[in-house]
Ligand binder design. Structure first.
Ligand code: 1GP
Length: 253
């Protein structure tokens, strides 16, 4: 059987031919379903390209089901799971970043959780999108939980080596992660060096809060940027809308 990219992956590639993309990450442990639904609708109105759902702690079970169902009711954007482990799977999502934390010290986060989740993904019929996931300093919660050996910020070649290895292992996306809420996003020089060696799309997230920062990250070579905290922690839906408008302006220019 020949494996072809699924609907969500094709959507990503088709969009990338025209522009850079912005995905909004919602953590089911931080937002209630009603809020998630409203935020998702707002994201679609403002022009985000997809909603990612996941988190390192507590983003599973009923909480995850309810949040993803609410997001699907609120918007028609693709919902992509961004799981912290095999617990982060719900039948209500469209796709899942089937990711391996390549620079973890613990094989559970490289292949273990993946094996435990694989049959669930198949049973639910969710589209798996294989992705190399790399934690860059400081790494924040996900770095600690995922037992990563975070790549030093001033060592872009190490990141590039891992990214290329991920591509050669068959992964179709590379994600550079500074960690949710990181004081600074992944350094532009590292993004540039990684981008120069890989052929698959490059996702960058963690610590991107403003349109200016989004612009810097995209200019350095990111194809897709991910923001979570900036939208989730806004004081109101209107403030979140303004934030997102600014970020998207930086991405789409
Ligand atoms: C975390 O990269 C994402 O996995 C988003 O990070 O919450 O800092 O935007 P922020």
């Amino acid at each position: 059987m020949k494996l072809k990219p699924g609907r969500v992956e094709s959507y990503i590639h088709e969009k990338l031919e025209k522009e850079k993309l912005h995905f909004v990450l919602l953590d089911p442990d931080d937002v209630l379903p009603e809020e998630a639904s409203k935020i998702a609708r707002m994201c679609e109105e403002v022009g985000a390209d997809a909603i990612m759902v996941g988190g390192s702690t507590g983003a599973e079970g009923e909480v995850l089901d309810e949040v993803v169902r609410a997001i699907k009711e609120g918007s028609s954007l693709p919902v992509i799971l961004f799981p912290g482990s095999h617990g982060g799977i719900t039948r209500y999502a469209d796709a899942i970043f089937f990711m391996s934390l390549l620079n973890s010290r613990n094989p559970f986060f490289i292949t273990g959780a993946q094996a435990l989740g694989a049959f669930t993904v198949k049973r639910y019929g969710i589209e798996p999108i294989p992705m190399a996931y790399l934690i860059i300093e400081p790494g924040e919660t996900v770095g600690w939980v995922g037992d990563a050996k975070p790549i030093p910020r001033h060592k872009p070649k190490i990141a590039a080596a891992y990214a290329l290895a991920g591509q050669y292992l068959g992964m179709r996306l590379v994600y550079l992660e500074a960690g949710s809420g990181a004081p600074e996003h992944v350094p532009p020089e590292m993004i540039r060096v990684v981008k120069s060696v890989i052929d698959v799309p490059l996702i960058v997230g963690g610590g991107i809060r403003s349109g200016e920062q989004a612009k810097t990250v995209v200019k350095a070579g990111a194809d897709i940027i991910v923001t979570g905290t900036a939208i989730e922690k806004a004081g109101s839906l209107e403030e979140a809308r303004r934030k997102l408008e600014g970020l998207i302006k930086g991405v789409k220019r």
